[in-house]
Design a protein around this ligand. Sequence first.
Ligand code: ADP
Ligand code: MG
Length: 346
Amino acid sequence: MKKNIIIYGVFLFFVLFGITACTKKQEFIEQESQLSFFSMDTSISLTAYGENAEIALKKVKQQIQDLEKLWSVTEEESEIYKINHSNGKEIEVSKETTEILTFALQMAEQTEGALEPSIYPVVSAWGFTTEEKRVPLKEEITNLLTYVGYKRIRLSGNNVQLETGMQLDLGSLGKGYAGDKAVEILKKCGITSALLDIGGNIQIIGRKPDGQDWRLGVRSPFYGDILGIIELSDCAVITSGSYERYFVDKNGIIYGHIINPQTGYPVENDLASVTIIASQGKQCDALSTALFVMGLDKAIEYWRKNEGFEAILVTKEQGIYITEGIKKKFTLKQAYDYLKVYEVNR
Ligand code: ADP
Ligand code: MG
């Protein structure tokens, strides 16, 4: 009799446990919210979990669209457009624009001008912001480079002043900054689990709803697929390379959209892509562009001198250089097991 009670008890336990587990699982599914839209010249897809997720994501969408309105280089109403057409006049800007410009100037200094927020005259001559991509004449590039130089951007308080002919471009870090704002909004709404994909830039809050780390695909520069998987929580993962936005001239030469500010020509070095992993999107975005400009050796040197981020550097020669802090969390996709993997240490 006692034995029967025990068996019955164990049976009941499993039934109840099963029901609770199912309810929990269902809860997660019910609480998942998704929102996809196009902004900042890219596809954005947001997923968040929790009671407030739907409202929170709507707020995020609004925020990203507002930032796009502030920073678009082509929209006449944007603050960046106004600065770029100010003919030397001082322009008062919003808190957000002041913030991102302050950060951009800091990063330009720290990367010795590899990140160059005043590169726009050159970017625009190559036609990267329009549909008419072209190879400018050498003299044109030499002339335009005289209007490039972050040290000559004057930012005092909320006022920005450029010399006539100079123009700003926040394309290298705007999406990362927008991601940080998104994370801020979601956290304020009580969201503890979210995955934001802003044109391939990934930002995550917490862990997956089941408590496991997020499994994130690292973009491959070779066939537009995934190079491998990293398992992480609470961070940003951002990749730069010239494999996505580029054009090919009649001789088959490929021109990428990231410009070497020293030459005015698209970056041409040993790197195929740079992925940066750090707590903040703006840092990842700025560094992925800047380290791509630097090339492999300088990028590694920069990582050794500066703390607070990890990197995956892929070379055209099919080597992957992974910094020690992220190495164990990264698994190469089987299709890429012919690549040579190197660990980079301090
Ligand atoms: P994506 O926007 O494709 O994710 P990036 O974050 O690397 O790529 O930013 C590239 C954009 O930054 C270019 O399209 C251009 O607008 C701008 N840019 C190009 N070269 C530089 C540079 N050396 N420094 C800062 N911005 C740059
Ligand atoms: Mg970038």
